[in-house]
Design a protein. Structure first.
Length: 112
C-alpha cells in the first residue's frame, strides 16, 4: 500500500531528510509540535506497531537505537521524547509505522 512515507522513501516526493541508513530514514515533520520534530520511519512497510511480528524485533530495536543516534546528531543529548501513535483513535494519520522524535522544549506529563 502506498503512503506519503513510501513515496518519501522512493523519492517521489521531497522531504527534509536528516538521517538515512539501509533500514530507515528520518525527516523533519511538516507540522512540528516542538522546535525539533522528526519522523523516523522504517523502509519496510508496516502499517502500525501492532502489526509487528516477532521477526520484526531487530528492526524495532534498530529504530530505537537510531533515535538515540539522531538525538545526539541534533545536539539534544538525552532530552527528547519518542511517540508512537498506534491506530486512528490514538492519533495515527499515516498508516506506516513512524516514531516522532520531539525535542527542544520541556514536555509535560501526561502528554494529552
Amino acid at each position: 500500500m502506498s503512503t506519503i512515507f513510501t513515496r518519501i522513501i522512493s523519492r517521489e516526493i521531497p522531504a527534509d531528510i536528516v538521517y538515512e541508513d539501509e533500514l530507515c530514514l528520518a525527516f523533519r515533520d511538516i507540522n512540528p509540535q516542538a522546535p525539533i520534530h522528526l519522523l523516523l520511519i522504517p523502509k519496510q512497510e508496516m502499517p502500525r506497531l501492532i502489526d509487528a511480528q516477532p521477526a520484526d524485533a531487530a528492526l524495532l530495536g534498530h529504530l530505537l537505537l537510531t533515535a538515540n543516534t539522531i538525538a545526539r546528531q541534533m545536539g539534544v543529548g538525552d532530552a527528547y521524547r519518542l511517540v508512537v501513535n498506534n491506530g486512528a483513535d490514538a492519533g495515527q494519520s499515516v498508516f506506516h509505522l513512524h516514531l516522532h522524535i520531539l525535542a527542544g522544549r520541556a514536555f509535560k506529563w501526561p502528554p494529552g
